[in-house]
Design a protein around this ligand. Structure first.
Ligand SMILES: NC(=O)c1ccc[n+]([C@@H]2O[C@H](COP(=O)([O-])OP(=O)(O)OC[C@H]3O[C@@H](n4cnc5c(N)ncnc54)[C@H](O)[C@@H]3O)[C@@H](O)[C@H]2O)c1
Length: 296
């Protein structure tokens, strides 16, 4: 395959292990299988793998409905994703391991130390972390030169952006191969140095926190703040609706982390956000956030 030609030391990516089959993991499995890779999907919770496979099927069915794919395409993609019951089974023979487990350094380190031992030496090890330090996670693997961040966006099969985050020890070969693979997936890579919040969250969180402060201060209603950014700045979606979709708890966690890491007041989570999270107003997933989602 041509996508990794000219990248000395980098493998041709044919087999992918996806560790974690939740929101991001099943999407990553789908897009990798969609370009012909054999995908082994693992989750500590076997039910999550089943739900992940059902999600992939539903996404592909939607594609058929929209005339973007045929039932044969769907079946071929599904046939390339297999459920496995251990990290080592997933990583064995993989050219690329993508971890999409919950956002905890300890947990990710544990997952990688297991995958590191089972994956072939040629394999690239990638984390889908949205905020953690690539350098710190890379400490759990024997060769950090092959470690990188591949930050996909939700929903993975639709969103074009992937941040390719290189750490201090990531080799050029790994970086180039990761960029080529992202392009092969039909996505747009943005190459970012390992730093808190990478490029997207660092800017996105500032906007989100400031918008929440504006609601708190009564500057304007949530709908109007969103409309200002949508119509005035051509953002496809305002920062408060986006916060509802991502989850207020998720954004609070990222803001707290960035506030601590970057020492800037711009990231300090507003009291309103903390209160809403404490009250269980988590956005779309809980039916209520800055908007009412209870009608579906
Ligand atoms: N949800 C998003 O919008 C989004 C966007 C970009 C990046 N991310 C990042 O992707 C990662 C996964 O997020 P998500 O939203 O898919 O979470 P999720 O909770 O939907 O899925 C995580 C999955 O990991 C599984 N898991 C737990 N422990 C595991 C282990 N030891 N080994 C393997 N699997 C394990 C869980 O059972 C769960 O199914 C996080 O690092 C998150 O920050 C999330």
């Amino acid at each position: 395959m041509s996508e990794t030609k000219g990248t000395p030391g980098a493998p041709e990516i044919r087999r992918v292990a996806v560790l974690g089959a939740g929101t991001m993991g099943n999407g990553i499995a789908q897009v990798c299988a969609g370009v012909g890779c054999e995908v082994a999907l693992y989750d500590v919770d076997e039910g999550a793998v089943e739900r992940g496979l059902a999600r992939i099927r539903a996404n592909l069915d939607k594609g058929i409905e929209l005339g973007k794919a045929t039932p044969a395409d769907r079946d071929a993609v599904l046939a390339r994703v297999s459920a496995v019951t251990s990290i080592s089974d997933a990583a064995e023979g993989a050219d690329l391991v993508v971890e999409a487990a919950p956002e905890s350094l300890e947990l990710k380190a544990k997952v990688f130390s297991e995958a590191d031992g089972a994956a072939p030496e040629r394999a690239i090890l990638a984390t889908n972390t949205s905020s953690l330090s690539i350098a710190k996670i890379a400490r759990s693997v024997s060769n950090p030169a092959r470690f990188i961040g591949l930050h996909f966006f939700n929903p993975v099969h639709i969103m074009k952006l992937v941040e390719v985050v290189w750490g201090p020890d990531t080799s050029d070969a790994t970086r180039l191969a990761a960029v080529a693979f992202v392009r092969r997936l039909g996505k747009e890579p943005v190459v970012v140095k390992d730093s808190p919040g990478f490029a997207s969250s660092r800017l996105g969180i500032v906007l989100g926190m400031e918008a929440i402060r504006m609601v708190e201060e009564g500057v304007a209603a949530a709908e109007d703040i969103d409309r200002a950014m949508e119509l005035g700045y051509r953002h496809p979606m305002g920062p408060l609706k986006l916060t509802d979709l991502v989850g207020l708890d998720v954004r609070l966690g990222i803001a707290e982390y960035l506030h601590g890491a970057l020492h800037s007041e711009a990231f300090r989570p507003p009291e309103l956000l903390k209160r809403m999270v404490a009250e269980g107003k988590l956005g779309k997933k809980s039916g209520r956030g800055f908007y009412d989602w209870s009608e579906g």
